[in-house]
Write a protein that binds this ligand. Structure first.
Ligand SMILES: *Cc1c(COP(=O)(O)O)cnc(C)c1O
Length: 355
């Protein structure tokens, strides 16, 4: 039986997507060829990447609004650098909400002056800073919508006149937002969309062309846009699986539908964390992530028993990030509510054993 996969990334994908992907490896489109042995410029694959790009915009409600969707490589980590390369002239503002935000800041520093408008590093990123001001004279403001490692999530994005850039790697397509507020969104595929190897970048095209530096072709968003995301060979398998996942999501009812499921899963788990005296949450309640719930045991001596119980229940990937410790339950789009119930049952079982 398939495990209850709470892995933080690469993460769970819909079972039907995995099945279709495995079929395409052997025989794609009944062409008697594998998806991964045909030309990326063949009609069959061009249709795939075009479908994936348009589905991404459609699901976010960004069609015909001046946005372009790209499937690039290098992960979200390369975007830390590409964003600055393409947009940072003199000065940019960053919100430091976690390990990934911190890395984005480190990369961008090479390109200009950075203003850290807020940081929660003082409390191990266990909350989202609020009430900060974004200077008017910056080229853009960068934030991380969901902090995968710490388990916090921005619930309200700031109002500002400067371009808004967001790393949505771990909660893209998980909740409804006013996506038109954003000028550039990027996300590594492997958290909520597909396998590792592709990065989705959504750009409002009119923010480009404002820096003076020479941008290497592979790092130049405009070149990728002009070449329809085919400047070089795209990561064909990752793009295909992403397309299948986006189709799966659309058929289910899109982001509106999945947001309700995600809210139910998070509510179920956090209610147990708060009720059960053996557990406690790590992050500020109002900033809790619906995607990654982080928690610890109140009595560390129970860890061996708890670990044995959840492993026996078929649960995978519950260990916290090495920098945080404790546990982290990642509840991405494809994780069924039932899997969260299994985890909650195990937490209650531990309570019974303890008594
Ligand atoms: C995982 C993650 C990254 C890094 O993604 P890579 O694709 O491994 O480069 C960046 N930002 C966030 C929010 C993440 O969760």
């Amino acid at each position: 039986m398939k495990k209850h996969n709470f892995s933080a990334g690469p993460c769970i994908l819909p079972q039907e997507v995995l099945k279709k992907a495995s079929e395409a490896i052997l025989n794609f489109n009944d062409d008697d060829l594998s998806l991964i042995e045909i030309s990326h410029r063949s009609e069959s694959f061009v249709n795939v990447i075009e479908k994936a790009r348009s589905l991404a915009l459609e699901l976010l409600g960004l069609e015909n609004k001046g946005y372009k969707a790209l499937f690039l490589q290098g992960g979200a980590s390369l975007e830390f650098l590409m964003v600055a390369y393409n947009l940072l002239n003199k000065k940019a503002a960053y919100l430091n909400t976690g390990t990934w935000a911190d890395k984005a800041i480190k990369e961008a520093k090479a390109f200009g002056e950075l203003v850290e408008v807020g940081s929660s590093k003082d409390k191990k990123y266990s909350y989202i800073p609020k009430g900060y001001t974004i200077p008017e004279d910056v080229d853009y403001f960068h934030c991380t919508s969901n902090n995968t490692v710490a388990g916090t999530q921005i619930k309200e994005f700031p109002e500002s006149n400067v371009p808004l850039v967001c790393d949505m790697s771990s909660d893209i397509f998980s909740r409804q937002l006013d996506f038109e507020k954003f000028d550039l969104i990027y996300a590594g595929a492997q958290k909520n969309m597909g396998p590792a190897g592709a990065t989705l970048v959504i750009i409002k095209e009119d923010i480009l062309g404002k820096v003076e530096r020479q941008i290497p072709s592979m790092l130049n968003y405009q070149i990728h846009i002009d070449k329809d995301s085919m400047f070089n060979t795209p990561s064909v398998f990752a793009v295909y699986v992403s397309m299948l996942t986006l189709e799966w999501l659309k058929d289910l009812g899109g982001i509106k539908f999945i947001e309700e499921v995600n809210n139910k899963k998070a509510a179920l788990l956090y209610a147990e964390i708060d009720r059960n005296p053996l557990f406690k949450g790590i992050t500020a309640k109002e900033d809790r992530s619906t995607m990654n719930a982080t928690f610890t045991l109140t009595d560390e001596s129970l860890s061996e028993t708890f670990d044995t119980l959840w492993k026996a229940a078929g649960i995978n990937g519950l260990n916290g990030h090495r920098s945080v410790g404790g546990y982290r339950a990642s509840m991405y789009n494809a994780l069924p509510l039932y899997s969260v119930q299994v985890l909650v049952d195990v937490m209650q079982e531990l309570e019974r054993i303890k008594k």
